[in-house]
Design a protein around this ligand. Structure first.
Ligand code: COA
Length: 322
């Protein structure tokens, strides 16, 4: 066994769509501001489904596409920053729902870089244990972490899940990778802070909502993402022009355009679905990959640079042959 390959991809999003105009009906914002600054038009927001249910819906589709039996799955990783619980993990819940009794399952927390981090970790675990099959999921119900009165963050995020089935391969598929964490910038994007209790009988547990220094994150990302892609490309020992598609985390259309410009690559190589889903954090790249495969934009053998970035702050680029 030399590497892992992508066998199937899938995604699931909540039915309910919330448009920019709908947001403008209860907060001081407008479709014009949101569209112009971010490229977002709509987002899917969950009413009943939690993170595990969206993740499982994506996994059921994966199963329909690739016909695996639950017993064959050795590993399940859910990348999420909005798990159902602190414990059990969302991955353990998915394992139970699927009946994948042989699978080791755990969550991975790296915010919007989570899916790329999880692919890298899943690959390492399969390779080092000579395991055969892993399901890697990015799943979020971010709407439960949003302060819906804060227009600076509420307009940006959405809910959804995407999944891939990885399988052992005798051929090289992952050509290069670059993972980095900038803990010193952690306070630029935070959510879900819980504080220790002063009084043991205190029972008012609370979690903080999203808070973000948008301008700082924007500056960080537009500088770091091109550098990360260049490092990964160098490791892969290929030229930038050999990359067929750049799948960037869908946080802001302006960020994606700027990265394309800095890399001097045509925007047509940067598929986008941010208008429909907004920023779905760890689910973002997984949904984009699955949509591109479903629409025949990405085909077997295409070379992909996938780049996630966000809370931590974190950056993760993988170059792989699909
Ligand atoms: N609707 C209308 N006005 C809004 C608004 C909204 N939803 N949110 C903020 N504004 C206002 C601000 O109050 C500010 O008004 P002022 O000039 O009167 O003070 C003005 O718009 C500009 O705000 P600013 O925050 O400077 O806008 P921006 O051009 O930086 O765009 C982001 C904001 C969040 C879209 C942008 O900074 C960004 O995309 N950052 C990166 C975020 C990111 O990628 N995060 C996820 C990483 S995973």
């Amino acid at each position: 066994m030399k590497d892992v390959e992508f066998i199937a991809t899938s995604f699931a999003v909540p039915e309910r769509v919330v448009t920019n105009d709908q947001l403008a009906s209860f907060m001081d914002t407008s479709d014009e501001w949101i569209s112009k600054r971010t490229g977002i038009k709509r987002r899917h927001i969950s009413e009943k489904e939690n993170t595990s249910s969206l993740a499982f819906r994506a996994v059921k589709q994966l199963q329909e596409k690739s016909n695996f039996t639950p017993d064959e799955i050795d590993l399940i990783i859910v990348a999420t920053m909005s798990p159902d619980n602190m414990t059990p993990s969302t991955a353990a819940m998915v394992q139970e729902m699927l009946g994948a009794k042989n699978a080791v399952a755990f969550d991975l927390s790296a915010a919007c870089s989570g899916f790329s981090y999880a692919l890298s970790v899943a690959r390492s675990i399969l390779l080092s244990n000579h395991w055969q099959k892993a399901i890697v999921i990015g799943a979020e119900v971010l709407s439960k972490l949003i302060d819906w009165r804060d227009r600076s963050t509420a307009v940006l995020f959405g809910d959804g899940a995407g999944a891939v089935l990885l399988s052992a391969s005798e051929e090289k598929h992952v050509l290069g990778q670059d993972l980095k964490t900038f803990g010193e910038l952690g306070n630029k994007l935070t959510a879900g802070y819980t504080k220790p209790m002063k009084n043991l009988l205190e029972n008012n547990r609370q979690m903080s909502a999203f808070e973000m220094d948008g301008r700082e994150v924007y500056r960080f990302v537009t500088h770091q993402v091109p550098d990360s892609i260049l490092r990964a490309v160098q490791q892969a020992n290929i030229s930038l022009n050999a990359i067929d598609h750049f799948l960037l985390h869908q946080a802001n259309e302006r960020i994606i355009k700027q990265v394309a410009k800095k890399l001097d690559q045509p925007l047509s190589k940067f598929p986008m679905n941010i208008a429909e889903y907004g920023n779905t954090a760890a689910a973002s790249e997984a949904i984009l990959l699955a949509e591109c495969v479903a629409n025949n934009v990405i085909k077997k053998g295409d070379v992909i640079a996938m780049s996630g970035f966000g809370g931590g702050l974190t950056i993760a680029t993988l170059i792989f042959k699909f």
